[in-house]
Design a protein around this ligand. Structure first.
Ligand code: PLP
Length: 389
């Protein structure tokens, strides 16, 4: 034990629900089990070579060895603005409406510090990426959960949020394509969200980390395509999943210039910006040949199809998602998601994430990440069928 007690904000963190799974995984590994891990959303595919070459070259230049700018290189932000124009038809001023992040998680974790005073409310999707809740807690705020239910296509029902809560809310996190449900949102949903944010003066923080992992000809929109969105919204983006760069830590936020500036103010006092060589590699990723992305989409789509077909045959209900590399499958009745995940691990050496780990409304589901190859997914299917659920 440390000689000083931990701060309440650490002590009050929600229990680490994956701890049990991690421990069991370790025990299974010690026994020599061949574990197939579909738990973590970290791409198994390498960063495309032309991006690596750009980093190698940039790393040799002493200009890139010093502290970077807090808000990011203008050249990177210009590449972001160009990419947004091309991809979404959204115009951005790279000087004021874009900021470089050390991965989108960094920006998501810091944004409540810019707007949340003790007891302020943040609207948070349930289930959702856990950082929305912990970042809110660290800023002293409290989360109001917006359940994402199957009957609402895993979109929040804004009409279910009490008027008083809406009046007090300062921020709202949204995330489409969604982790963990793999649900998508169309522009009419974003229009509704923007209208609500205007009416109640709420900043929307849209987490768009998965917009490029899409299938079947579907291309997810940006919330910034909605007229007037820039008055109330910012969008977090990441190169992590789009270009298999999770380890490089590079992302960005774009949108409302005052919100972007406030995030910049927090960052100025906490970190010293993303490494320049990595931003230069990021420019190459955003401006370069996008064939790598098409190839990657094809690979995930094939994996998705193998798993969905197999789960169906095994009697597990799951819809083939149009985006993200997650499968949100319903667990057989009579078991909790944690127990079912434990059973998959101990009886079939498969790691998948229990839905409840993402929030109360995630109970009844299990999440598979398509981050292992097709052959191993076929093996996963075989093992699940052998369980005779
Ligand atoms: C929904 C969501 N948002 C943000 C992130 C963070 O990504 P990064 O910090 O690598 O940009 C993740 C990573 O898994 C995620 O699932």
């Amino acid at each position: 034990m440390a000689i000083v007690e931990k701060a309440d904000r650490i002590k009050n963190l929600p229990p680490y629900l994956f701890a049990k799974i991690d421990q069991m995984k370790g025990e299974m590994e010690q026994k020599g089990a061949y574990i197939i891990d579909m738990g973590v959303g970290d791409p198994d595919l390498p960063t495309p070579p032309h991006i690596i070459s750009a980093l190698q070259e940039a790393a040799l230049d002493p200009k890139n060895h010093c502290y970077p700018s807090y808000i990011g290189m203008l050249a990177f932000r210009e590449a972001v603005a160009e990419w947004y124009q091309k991809r979404f038809g959204v115009s951005l001023n790279p000087k004021s409406e874009a900021i470089t992040l050390i991965g989108s998680k960094e920006g998501i974790a810091h944004i409540p510090l810019a707007f949340i005073n003790p007891n302020d409310i943040v609207l948070v999707p349930d289930p959702g990426y856990p950082v929305y809740i912990t970042a809110t807690m660290f800023a002293g705020g409290s989360s109001h959960f917006m359940p994402l239910l199957k009957e609402n296509n895993f979109l929040p029902d804004f009409s279910a949020i009490p008027e008083e809560t809406l009046k007090k809310a300062k921020l709202m996190f949204l995330n489409y394509p969604n982790n963990p449900t793999a649900a998508i949102a169309d522009l009419s949903f974003f229009e509704e969200a923007v209208k609500l944010a205007h009416r109640y003066q709420i900043v929307i923080c849209h987490d768009a980390a998965y917009t490029e992992l899409c299938f079947d000809g579907y291309t997810p929109p940006s919330i910034l395509e909605v007229p007037g969105a820039k008055d109330v919204a910012i969008e977090f983006h990441s190169l992590s999943k789009t270009y298999n760069m999770t380890g490089w830590r590079i992302g960005f936020a774009v949108g409302n210039q005052d919100v972007i500036a406030a995030l910049g103010q927090v960052k100025t006092n906490i970190d010293s910006g993303a490494a320049q060589a990595i931003q230069i590699a990021g420019i190459t990723a955003l401006r370069g040949d996008q064939n790598c992305l098409t190839e990657m989409q094809k690979i995930y789509q094939e994996r998705r199809d193998v798993l969905i077909k197999g789960l169906k045959e095994a009697g597990i209900e799951a819809v083939a998602p149009k985006a993200t590399f997650y499968i949100w499958a319903m667990i057989p009745p009579g078991s909790t998601s944690t127990d079912f995940a434990a059973r998959l691990l101990t009886e079939a050496a498969i790691v998948a994430t229990p839905g409840v780990g993402f929030g109360k409304s995630g109970e009844g589901y299990i999440r598979f990440a398509l981050t292992v190859d097709k052959e191993r997914i076929a093996e996963v299917v075989k093992r699940i069928k052998d369980l005779k659920l």
